[in-house]
Design a protein around this ligand. Structure first.
Ligand SMILES: C[S@@+](CC[C@H](N)C(=O)[O-])C[C@H]1O[C@@H](n2cnc3c(N)ncnc32)[C@H](O)[C@@H]1O
Length: 447
């Protein structure tokens, strides 16, 4: 059994490895071997916070260390990051406890010398009235990157793309802890009954902001352990992601191809909207992920999904012009989901965006060939990067004159605020919509 802080240290050490990041999804079951739920919450809170605030914490540490950060053992740096995080951001933890626990961790995971250093750095910070300098405000990129703990390349890109005010909104939104959303499985239970059932299971739940089947869970909980989850009454999914299946607008009895389907959020939603009637081919390039699609479909009681291992960068001649509707929920940088996944900001690089945009273009072009004449093609990503979104669509439309963007205003919730959207495409922003950042474009193939 570990203490909460040991558990946090292990997660942080895994996720913030100098090379090769582990991904960190706090909504998923994590291997934390602690005494009770309180310790588990504390471990997650510290791990999440340190990963999120890494830039800010390191900037402060640099002012209190006598050596450069990369000259200090990484485990000691992580212990210092955790100590500072607790002192600065967790009011309910007495600073003396934060220092003592950090010193104990350093003794256990490093040596007596490291423990003395941890003690000295944290006590100095407290003695100095928690003082630290920030970069000069006129160096906007550096300043915002430290204050809001985002990589400089992201800040610079967003400043260029969205301007100062909107960038600040986005940076702030990424650092907010928001309640998570679930999608009621309407094949099994109406959302209002599910809300009651969840209340009986001790979960505070209320209706979503935009969609009938969306439910907001107020307190973070291990939802996968609930009986209602095991019975397939819901799927954990952000409302922006749910919107994609509505934009696709599948009908009962249709043939749908979802070329990048794992873990199955949209595919299972599409099946629910089709009332489990019709046929969906759900593909992915990763076998282990397709297993999760199958498990989700089974849990949700869905019978019409056929999973297939298939690399969307090659064309399947058997499907040419066969599908009523095709969904390309493309692999992307994920920069719209930072508020759920604090590690994403550190493990993506500008070169990834260029590479992934090239891949998106190939996948879209191939998948478009499966759309029958008069059929529908939807392209979506969970990022707000133009290069992965409207640029991909414009490139596609230039080369494929038989496709047109089509208006889908009638399928959108009336209270959805939109910025820089046009006919046939929308972008959702965490700051504006309180959802993940998402892009959705809808096209039809000429009949
Ligand atoms: C954004 S995720 C899909 C999420 C899914 N649609 C959902 O709603 O749960 C993108 C998926 O594309 C898959 N992928 C990446 N490259 C691919 C390729 N060349 N062919 C098919 N799938 C690919 C990834 O494995 C990943 O599961």
């Amino acid at each position: 059994m570990e203490s909460a802080r040991e558990a946090a240290l292990n997660i942080i050490s895994d996720v913030l490895k100098p090379r090769g990041f582990q991904s960190f999804d706090p909504n998923k079951e994590l291997n934390i071997d602690v005494d009770d739920e309180r310790d588990r919450r504390l471990a997650l809170e510290i791990a999440y916070g340190v990963i999120e605030r890494k830039n800010t914490l390191d900037y402060i540490l640099e002012q209190y260390l006598s050596r450069a950060i990369d000259e200090v053992d990484i485990v000691v740096i992580n212990i210092l990051r955790m100590g500072l995080y607790q002192i600065i951001y967790l009011d309910r933890i007495p600073p003396s406890a934060a220092v003592n626990e950090s010193v104990n961790l350093a003794k256990k995971y490093s040596n007596a010398g490291a423990a003395r250093m941890v003690n000295a750095v944290l006590r100095n910070f407290l003695r100095n009235g928690r003082f630290y300098k920030l970069p000069p405000k006129d160096d906007r990129v550096k300043y915002l990157s430290i204050v809001y703990s985002h990589p400089e390349w992201v800040v610079k890109r967003w400043l260029d793309e969205f301007g100062y005010e909107f960038t600040i909104d986005l940076l702030e939104a990424d650092n907010k802890r928001l309640p998570i959303a679930i999608r009621a499985n309407t094949l099994k239970m109406e959302p209002k009954f599910l809300i009651n059932k969840l209340k009986n299971e001790g979960i505070e739940a209320e209706r979503g902001n935009y969609l009938d089947e969306a439910i907001i869970i107020k307190k973070f909980n291990r939802l996968e352990n609930l009986q209602s989850y095991k019975e397939g009454l819901f799927y954990i999914q952000d409302e922006a992601s749910m919107l994609v299946s509505h934009v696709l607008n599948p009908r009962e009895g249709e043939f749908i191809v979802d070329v990048c389907s794992a873990p199955g959020g949209k595919t299972t939603h599409i099946a629910e909207l089709m009332k489990n009637k019709g046929h969906i081919i759900a593909r992915d390039v990763h076998k282990h992920k397709l297993k999760i699609v199958n498990e989700n479909a089974e849990r949700l009681g869905i019978k019409i999904i056929e999973t297939q291992l298939y690399d969307a960068t090659t064309v399947d001649e058997n499907l040419i012009e066969k599908a009523d509707r095709v969904l390309v929920d493309a692999p992307c940088s994920g920069l719209g989901t930072i508020r759920h996944r604090p590690d994403i900001r550190w493990n993506k690089h500008i070169s990834d965006i260029h590479k992934i945009s090239a891949l998106q273009k190939i996948i879209l072009r191939n998948a478009s060939q499966y759309v029958k004449k008069g059929g529908i093609l939807v392209y979506s990503t969970c990022t707000i990067e133009k290069e992965e979104n409207i640029d991909v669509i414009n490139d596609f439309l230039e080369k494929n004159s038989d496709f047109r963007l089509i208006d889908f205003n009638d399928l959108l919730p009336s209270n959805l605020m939109l910025r820089d959207s046009g006919t046939g495409y929308i972008t959702l922003y965490p700051s504006l919509n309180q959802t993940d950042g998402f892009f959705i474009a809808k096209m039809s193939r000429l009949g």
